[in-house]
Design a protein. Structure first.
Length: 599
């Protein structure tokens, strides 16, 4: 049977080649991209059940995990009654019809889920221009095919369109060579003109998400990047909406209930905290945030010819220093907050929506449960624990990890676009939505640690000899001192257990353990602002948006996080998805698999 793999380079579509062309390269005729075999296409023996199916899906552990129900409890704040005007909904699917999109960061985790849902929701959507960092058009084409349309995430869409999948994708997705670090986001002039003429909605999903990134690197993408994209947006002739994908943690070190309010130029968390504590009256001078000065500081401090580890560390330290000075916990959220300020200052008459999700993890149900890629925020800890390499972590047992599944973030994003993307009818404005769980359905660290123990006890990893790795209950430590002492003691125990008669090997083991201790303590220090986070994200705007939807829309674009049973999600959806899609099933022996559905 021939492969049904999409081959965009062979698509017969007027203007497709021109759209794919960009600076630094041109599309070579007859380019044949690698085709996936039918077996690879469908994942071999693995089974993927689309969200429209009520049957079960095979998890990474090999056990049958039930797909969540397609019917949801009504948590609309009205006792299950529809609010006025909700019967007709807000027209989410209808809004997508004929619309053209420009999406930055299109090969990223969340953007892929968004693209897939748009294409599956309304096949009459216009073109989706996907900005891709690549040396030329051929490289962009390959990245789009390999990193987006050929991924397992798109299997449901492939099933829907069958043999017509290739041509459908070719008429919808346009790979665009570009870079948010360049003027006009690096798009070739002719294509930039086409996009400015045709695009209705810009979705900026490009971001550097490393907590302790070099200050200049994070600044260029997270702060200056939005400036360049918004500058490009001023040229658009039919733009109805600019949507910024941010993070709820741009709220920095705010405490208590944190409202869905936009940032304005010069806002600082330090000023808020200083005013509330009275420190300003005690003579403490609260620093003023001057974004232009911060950009100059970041760029003037870097030395292009110096790529030494020591200089890179200096730039990382600079970012953390500046962030904490102004009331943010790390470079990532500080530069993202400044990016929001830039967008708000430049928007003029352009309607802007800012989506602020908390910790985004694997899909809950759509297009199928448990899809993810890469290690998200809490996943390294989960994997180290499951492998027996980390039996404790630095976290407040009564604290909250604010988690939200990726598909709920995408559904809220689509609903907000329909709500505010009506052009002049919607009016200009800056609308903020927290897509979060801490105020309505909190996941407590103490519970999370028990869920992890439960899962890995029933479905353990196996070691190199094929024997199950037995994990103890996870310990949570209140202070860095306790955690560091635990890590060091545990490492010394490991050194003694693996002592060698060879002095050289023994010294090597001690060196490895010392580095392991240093890395683990550093990991704890990076995570500490989040595992002891004192803010709780109000999501009143998001709940009102959900309430305004029709019952049919709420089922199709569900994002009420109250519906999530965290025990079921963590043990039966997220960890199996992590083990399948990220670990690729490594460390799981078939004869040791236990049914996780017995929870």
């Amino acid at each position: 049977m021939g492969s049904s793999c999409v081959n965009l380079s062979r698509a017969v579509l007027p203007g497709f080649g021109a759209a794919a062309a960009a600076k630094g390269g041109s599309r070579r005729r007859g380019l044949l991209l690698p085709l996936m075999s039918s077996e690879r296409r469908h994942g071999g023996a693995a089974v993927v059940v689309c969200c429209t199916s009520s049957s079960s899906t095979t998890t990474a552990a090999g056990s049958s995990s039930r797909a969540p129900s397609s019917s949801f409890p009504a948590h609309d704040g009205l006792g299950g009654r529809d609010p006025p005007g909700a019967a007709g909904g807000i027209g989410v699917a209808e809004f997508l019809g004929g619309k053209n999109f420009l999406i930055t960061g299109g090969t990223g985790f969340l953007a892929k889920v968004l693209i897939e849902k748009i294409l599956r929701t309304n096949p009459d959507v216009g073109k989706i221009y996907v900005l891709i960092k690549a040396k030329d058009s051929e490289a962009a084409l390959r990245r789009l095919q390999n990193e987006v349309v050929d991924t397992e995430l798109f299997k449901c869409l492939q099933e829907i369109h069958g043999e017509g999948y290739d041509s459908f994708i070719a008429t919808k997705l346009v790979p665009v060579v570009g870079d948010v670090r360049e003027a006009n986001v690096g798009i070739a002039p002719d294509l930039a003109d086409e996009i400015a003429d045709q695009v209705d909605v810009i979705i900026n999903s490009a971001a550097n998400t490393t907590f302790d990134e070099r200050y200049d690197v994070a600044m260029e993408i997270n702060t200056v990047g939005p400036f360049r994209i918004m500058s490009f947006a001023q040229r658009f002739r039919r733009l109805k909406l600019f949507l910024q994908v941010s993070t709820a943690y741009v709220n920095g070190q705010r405490q208590g209930l944190v409202l869905e309010n936009p940032f304005r130029m010069g806002d600082t968390i330090a000023k808020e905290l200083g005013s509330s504590s009275g420190s300003e009256e005690e003579g403490y001078k609260i620093p003023v945030l001057d974004i232009e000065a911060e950009i100059k500081l970041a760029f003037s401090s870097r030395r292009h010819s110096d790529d030494s580890p020591s200089f890179a560390q200096e730039m990382k330290d600079l970012g953390l220093e500046r962030a904490k000075l102004h009331g943010w916990q790390d470079t990532y959220v500080f530069t993202k907050a400044m990016g929001e300020m830039v967008i708000n200052s430049m928007r003029g008459e352009i309607p802007v929506v800012t989506i602020r999700p908390s910790v985004i993890e694997s899909t809950w149900r759509d297009p199928f449960p448990g899809w993810m890629e890469g290690n998200r925020m809490m996943d390294p800890v989960i994997l180290y624990y499951g492998k027996g390499q980390l039996s404790g972590f630095l976290a407040d047992p009564d604290g909250v990890l604010d988690v939200v599944p990726a598909d709920m973030v995408v559904n809220a994003t689509l609903a907000s676009m329909a709500k505010h993307g009506g052009g002049a009818a919607s009016g200009p404005g800056m609308h903020v939505y927290h897509v979060s769980s801490s105020t309505v359905n909190p996941l407590v660290f103490g519970d999370l640690s028990r869920f992890l123990f439960h899962h890995f006890t029933r479905c353990p990893y196996s070691d190199a000899a094929g024997q199950p790795i037995l994990v103890p209950p996870m310990r949570l430590f209140d202070t860095m001192e306790q955690f560091a002492s635990y890590v060091e003691t545990d490492a010394l125990r490991s050194v003694r257990a693996s002592s060698s008669s060879s002095p050289a090997l023994a010294q090597r083991a001690r060196d490895l353990c010392a580095r392991s201790v240093e890395q683990t303590v550093h990991l704890g220090s990076i995570y500490q602002p989040y595992t002891f986070y004192g803010g709780r994200f109000d999501n009143g705007n998001t709940e009102a948006l959900f309430a305004a939807m029709s019952p049919a829309e709420r089922a199709r674009f569900h994002f009420d996080v109250r519906s999530v049973d965290w025990r079921d999600y963590i043990t039966n959806v997220h960890i199996p998805g992590l083990r399948k899609h990220v670990m690729k099933g490594r460390g799981v022996a078939a004869n040791q698999l236990l049914a996780s559905t017995s929870v």
